[in-house]
Design a protein around this ligand. Sequence first.
Ligand SMILES: [Zn+2]
Length: 264
Amino acid sequence: MFYFCKFFLVLVVIIFTTKIFAFTWITPNGAHFPVAKVTLNVANNNCPNAGVTAAQLLALVHKVPTEFWNKVSTANLQLVKGIVTTASFSSFTDGASSAVLTQAIAQGAANTIIIGCSNKPSTTFSDGFTAAIGGISSATDVRGAVVLNDNDSTFANLTENQKVALLAHEIGHALGLGHSKDPVAVMYYSLGTKIQERLTRDDFDGLTSLYPHKSPGGCGSIAFVDHEKPPWNGLGSLILGAFLAPLLMNLVEKIKRRTTLRHG
Ligand SMILES: [Zn+2]
């Protein structure tokens, strides 16, 4: 009985320590930009209910590279501060979030993320809670979009730091990241109630998984089998734990026996 209790405890420790990744990708195949520089542009329409002009929105967007995603030195990605373009989100027709994002993406360009607001998608923003949506499309070229809710004052009621953090979260989606299960990550799913104002290790790992640096040199190393889809589903950890637990326990017993002999 004692053996099984110990076995169970060691198993739990192994499972917890191997559940490293909480991040996810927004698409199962990890859609991402094919270039290392992605430009952040803003649509040329003001947002009276969201409480920002296009120029003010651009100023908030310009804080995202330096305060968030460009800090990830392990990722081969640099966000570039763009401009207010001639695109406008004011002509959208109502629809679900995917339809709204499709309309926004159509206003953008290859290797850019376009950010703007619209009061039309009342279907998407009707609950008065969703402040913004974001996504990526790789249908023809790769482009991303973020649409702020201009249907009510959800965005306007946030502090400036919260607005920048929310934009960082949505731009994360537009770069290909899904929601994280890590409650302190910027990409945590319930950002609306708890806004994180700085990146965590899990955000770093998520972005790096989509934009890894290419291995330098040419030693002809064997290609690793990768693309293990994050997050771990737990089964791998369970199997690994079941194998490792008896070995670890054996090792501990051996060390204990040796220590006992030395002191005996
Ligand atoms: Zn989100």
